[in-house]
Design a binder for this molecule. Structure first.
Ligand code: KG4
Ligand code: ZN
Length: 340
């Protein structure tokens, strides 16, 4: 069985082909980062138009790379994300489905992130704790099986990726800020500024990053007033990154211990952060799984594998699903109805 995966929820156009017997056989990604960088963030209208321009050529290319004329199933990201951008991927999937006489399966973007480590040589076994960290989400989930998700904790305000991006902006770094901030932090002293590790001493497993962001803003203003911002930028970046990573790791370990889980999966764009990857592996006594770097941020391969695992739910194209909001916990195992 050949599954074509299409991702278009934000500013990356990702397309991939996953084969039930051969694994991932082709994948392509077109990043729109340059288009949005001048605006300092993603412009939804520009994102939709660029997905329109890029999708079909990418589909043709991955199928050619895979040596396939057409897939058996098409999986597309149906949410959460920018509705206009989602509708482009959903429209292409639901147009090609009838044309090729193959069924389609709508995929939850965060389930795609969660299942991305399944593409690696040593995939995680169920059950595991998932730390999902992206530009829009910071979640701890107990994953007992495919579609069996219990939300243990989430952010009460900003997502951690958003905190990276906003801090980067304060420091005058370009968009997207996460990778740029991590790079600048390499030259800084992570103990230069005493920044808070929000919520880590509270019961439960929720997060909050707005206090950390405000603390950084105050340090930036102080350094600016003293005419020292340029000299302190790397130290601020390193101190922020350390505080954010410490918070994520501490909370994950608390949740894993409490739920008696021996495996942690870290996924989503912030999962590409090298300090987070190394600290989680160093501090957790169990196994830690990640997707390879390129599959941490948005991509088509994670949608293709999620589609492969949910292929039994594929049905003839009918309604194009595009949902800006879609709680991950509402998903059910294949074969059972979703709860929302
Ligand atoms: O999963 P993703 O590609 O898109 C969403 O679904 O949101 O995540 C993007 C987020 C952005 O906030 C970006 O700054 C952050 O992931 N990010 C990083 C790194 N690479 C990407 N944050 C910290 N360190 C990185 N190396
Ligand atoms: Zn994402």
């Amino acid at each position: 069985m050949i599954i074509l995966g299409i991702e278009s929820s934000c500013d990356e156009t990702g397309v991939a082909v996953y084969c039930a017997d051969r694994g991932l056989v082709a994948h392509e990604l077109h990043s729109q980062v340059d288009l949005h960088a001048v605006y300092g963030g993603v412009v939804p209208e520009i994102a939709s138009r660029d997905h329109l321009r890029r999708l079909l050529p990418l589909v043709r290319r991955v199928l050619a790379d895979a040596g396939a004329e057409r897939p058996d199933v098409i999986a597309y990201t149906a949410g959460p994300g920018l509705v206009g951008a989602l509708m482009v991927g959903g429209g292409v999937a639901n147009g090609l489905g009838p044309a090729w006489d193959c069924p389609v399966v709508p995929v939850h973007h965060m389930e795609g992130h969660l299942l991305a480590p399944m593409l690696e040589d040593v995939p995680p076994e169920f059950p595991f704790l998932a730390l999902l960290v992206s530009g829009g989400h910071t979640m701890l989930i107990e994953v007992s099986g495919l579609g069996d998700y219990e939300l243990l904790g989430t952010t009460l305000d900003d997502a951690v990726g958003e905190a990276f991006d906003k801090t980067a902006k304060l420091l005058g770094l370009g968009y997207p800020g996460g990778p740029a901030l991590a790079k600048l932090a390499l030259d800084g002293d992570e103990s230069a500024f005493a920044l808070p590790r929000p919520m880590v001493n509270r019961p439960g497993f929720d997060f909050s990053f707005s206090g950390l962001k405000t603390a950084v803003m105050l340090e930036v203003r102080k350094a600016e007033a003293a005419g020292e911002l340029d000299a302190r930028r790397a130290d601020i970046a390193a101190s922020f990154q350390r505080a954010a990573v410490d918070t994520l790791v501490t909370r994950s370990l608390q949740a894993a211990r409490n739920q008696n889980l021996a495996r942690i999966v870290v996924a989503g764009g912030v999962g590409a952060n090298r300090l987070l990857r190394s600290e989680m592996a160093r501090c957790f006594e169990g196994d830690v799984h990640y997707p390879r770097m390129e599959f941490c941020t948005d991509n088509g391969a994670m949608i293709a594998i999620a589609g492969a695992l949910r292929a039994q739910q594929a049905s003839p194209a009918d309604e194009i699903l595009a949902q800006a909001r879609w709680p991950l916990e509402s998903l059910a195992p294949p074969g059972a109805p979703n709860t929302a």
